[in-house]
Design a protein around this ligand. Structure first.
Ligand SMILES: *[C@@H]1O[C@H](CO)[C@@H](O)[C@H](O)[C@H]1NC(C)=O
Length: 235
């Protein structure tokens, strides 16, 4: 028998489809980080504003940039889409539409990605969401970095009125400003936590749904027509 050309979503296709979803999400994520960044910057006095809106979120952006590709590629292939499309009993006949352009069997071909587009869309959303949520989870390295940088930008001058009554450098003045500083730090920390916790729900809202995996879900993070056309450029 002559060797059969293998039609599947192979390396170029897997890399390309993964990158496509990263590109699809670039603008929503930029908008999201800008929203969150604006909120965080309000915790910082006008005199200590950072150089860019998303300055405090740089650790999130950097870790996302370096980790999303492999996480997403694994989540799509092989975690969900993999293997041959031919079915029992003899595994030689392609079901109608397989391998391309619209294959109703979950397998590792472009046609299968197209047929189960709702699932693909959900995997991309869920992976993106989980990664970002983990990066802003209290206790994570990125969270600690953000918190530390924000606190460094939070200066705590004692109120002017109080200052007038307390000689500079006196014990009571120092104690009072330390007290203010601690109280302010605790406020900033808890407000920061509330802001960062809103990241997931904000992304969900931006995507227009609750991401339950149905075909009609996530209308604003779907990019269906263009992404399907791109997927089918692979053999
Ligand atoms: C969503 O993503 C997380 C992390 O990648 C994974 O553990 C979880 O199983 C996913 N949920 C669904 C419903 O696929």
């Amino acid at each position: 028998m002559a060797p059969v050309a293998v039609l599947a979503c192979e390396k170029d296709c897997m890399d390309g489809v993964t990158q496509r979803w990263i590109d699809n999400y670039a603008l929503p994520i930029q908008t999201l980080l800008t929203n969150i960044g604006n909120q965080i910057n309000q915790l910082v006095p006008p005199t200590a504003q950072p150089p860019t809106v998303t300055y405090f979120l740089q650790p999130v952006q950097a870790t996302y940039n370096s980790e999303i590709s492999s996480a997403l590629e694994t989540a799509i292939f092989p975690s969900y889409f993999h293997g041959k499309c031919q079915l029992p009993p003899d595994f030689t006949i392609n079901p109608p539409g397989c391998p391309n352009p619209n294959c109703p069997v979950v397998c590792g071909t472009p046609g299968s990605l197209v047929h189960f587009y709702g699932k693909l869309r959900y995997i991309a959303y869920n992976t993106t969401l989980h990664m970002l949520e983990n990066l802003v989870k209290p206790g994570s390295e990125t969270y600690k970095e953000i918190e530390q940088t924000v606190l460094e930008h939070t200066t705590n001058p004692p109120p002017r009125m109080f200052k007038r009554f307390i000689p500079r450098g006196s014990l009571i003045g120092n104690d009072y400003s330390k007290f203010l500083k601690n109280r302010r730090s605790a406020d900033v920390k808890s407000q920061l936590q509330v802001i960062l916790k809103s990241l997931g729900p904000q992304l969900e809202k931006m995507c227009g749904g609750n991401g339950d995996g149905t075909t009609n879900g996530l209308p604003d993070c779907s990019w269906e027509q263009a992404t399907k056309a791109y997927i089918l450029t692979f053999p």
